[in-house]
Write a protein that binds this ligand. Structure first.
Ligand SMILES: [Zn+2]
Ligand SMILES: [Zn+2]
Length: 335
């Protein structure tokens, strides 16, 4: 049996204790509706950090994390008919949905009752190969390198969904709280839509990065922006930010939270959310989000900033991400 290198999680723990181990394991076998992808790059997401640290429930152990996969199809199952060997494709956090529940039937497969996630229910991209259903792969736009493209697949797509759910309209004022991989892509979309973007982050490096990408104003999450915002998105998993972000909104404004896990939201006065303000979370993505976003990306064109790490340095990449020391996105580069 042919082997591949992978970073495997057997038991969650603080990333400082290096919970991922570098191993040689068999290359996955293929179901009839799956393609085998030789992975070139895999983005490192905050959700991977929550996974290895056990902050979200882990339905499968051991598991290979990683859900921002770029690679080439090297083999296909008997019933695969849309994809072919040699195509460069991406894999996202959405590994599969059932297609039968009320959510799937209503265009909300991101909320599917039987949803499965890449790098959580199924082995993900911190490896040299992965097997995925062809229906959950996406063609990577031309003109994007493998490393550049990887962060588009979660940071990018879910950032795009967050902007949509924040109700931001072209030309309006948008707040972004936290400025990591997702926000540095979201700001480029918002600028393309001619929005004024206000960025809130404690990291001086991230403030500089935001200004380089065209932020109108930068400050800390506790700061009051010079003008009230139409919409805002929180990317940091810090519940204490919620009342500040609600206060920064105009009457009728919307705050979307792009986080799978967040520390508790403190008690707040009713007036913080009065005047018809909306507070909502963002969960996962649909294949339609992925297709719309990957179609938009070359037209802007989005440029992703990334720091590359070898596969066996995944623990180090996660630790740097935890400490907010990555400008843009961290990406694992396979040999
Ligand atoms: Zn992610
Ligand atoms: Zn479903």
């Amino acid at each position: 049996m042919e082997k591949m290198k992978a970073m495997v999680l057997h038991a969650p723990g603080p990333v400082e204790s290096r919970p991922l181990s570098f191993e040689e394991i068999p290359i996955p076998s293929l179901d009839d509706d799956e393609v085998l992808i030789k992975i070139h790059a895999c983005g490192v997401c905050h959700t991977d950090l929550h996974t290895v640290e056990g902050e979200i429930a882990l339905p499968k152990l051991p598991v290979i994390p990683g859900h921002q996969i770029v690679g080439t199809i090297v083999k296909k199952g008997k019933k695969v008919n849309k994809r072919s060997v040699g195509q460069r494709v991406g894999v996202t956090w959405l590994n599969s949905s059932c297609g039968k529940c009320e959510y799937c039937k209503n265009g909300l497969e991101n909320l599917c009752d039987n949803i499965r996630f890449t790098g959580l229910h199924a082995n993900g991209g911190y490896a040299e190969y992965t097997a995925v259903k062809e229906d959950y792969t996406f063609l990577i736009p031309e003109g994007f390198g493998d490393l550049e493209a990887a962060p588009l697949l979660c940071a990018g797509i879910i950032g795009y969904r967050s902007l949509r759910l924040s109700q931001i309209k072209p030309g309006q004022r948008l707040g972004l709280y936290g400025f990591g991989a997702s926000a540095h892509i979201a700001i480029q979309i918002a600028k393309y839509w001619k929005c004024e973007v206000y960025v809130f982050t404690r990291s001086e490096e991230h403030k500089k990065h935001a200004l380089q990408l065209g932020a109108r104003w930068v400050g800390n999450a506790q700061d009051e922006p010079p003008k009230k915002l139409d919409s805002a998105v929180i990317f940091a998993p810090a519940g204490w930010i919620v009342p500040y972000a609600l206060k920064a909104l105009k009457k009728g404004g919307t705050l979307a939270i792009n986080a799978i896990h967040m520390s508790p939201i403190p008690q707040m006065e009713y007036r913080t959310i009065y005047y018809e303000k909306t507070l909502r979370s963002v969960a996962n993505l649909t294949r339609q989000d992925a297709e719309e976003f990957l179609d938009l990306v070359p037209r802007i064109p989005v440029k992703t900033d990334f720091e590359a790490f070898p596969l066996d340095a995944a623990n180090d990449a996660l630790l740097k991400l935890k400490k907010s020391l990555i400008n843009g996105a961290a990406v694992l580069k396979m040999e």
